[in-house]
Design a protein around this ligand. Structure first.
Ligand SMILES: [Zn+2]
Ligand SMILES: [Zn+2]
Length: 112
């Protein structure tokens, strides 16, 4: 059994990653593109605290954005607030949208 010191890393589900807008690769420094620094704020990251934003592939370049928790929270909050306007399921019935619910849950998780 694992004793969960539950300030655990937040794992962003793969299906939510495309909903969270990142800065374009062209404006990012090398350190931000390879996940050494926060992709949004440029804070230095450690493996213990960084939030993984998945491997990206842009015009043949592989990059590995990561973020600090406060920036990730802000970005996910924006994604959540913008989501209903972009989502057909939400236009229909917000309560039944999995993605909307998952984004909301992620905001709460990042708030801790
Ligand atoms: Zn940051
Ligand atoms: Zn939706």
């Amino acid at each position: 059994m694992t004793t969960a010191e539950t300030r655990a890393l937040v794992d962003i589900p793969a299906e939510l990653l495309p909903l969270i807008p990142l800065p374009p690769l062209t404006v990012l420094s090398d350190a931000r593109a390879r996940g050494a620094e926060c992709v949004w704020g440029g804070e230095p990251l450690s493996t213990a605290t960084a939030i993984d934003l998945g491997e990206r592939d842009t015009d043949g370049s592989h990059w590995f954005p990561r973020a600090c928790r406060p920036c990730a929270r802000r970005a996910v909050l924006v994604a959540r607030n913008d989501h209903p306007g972009l989502c057909e399921q939400c236009t229909d019935d917000t309560g039944r949208c999995e993605a909307g619910r998952a984004l909301h849950a992620l905001v709460l998780e990042l708030r801790r």
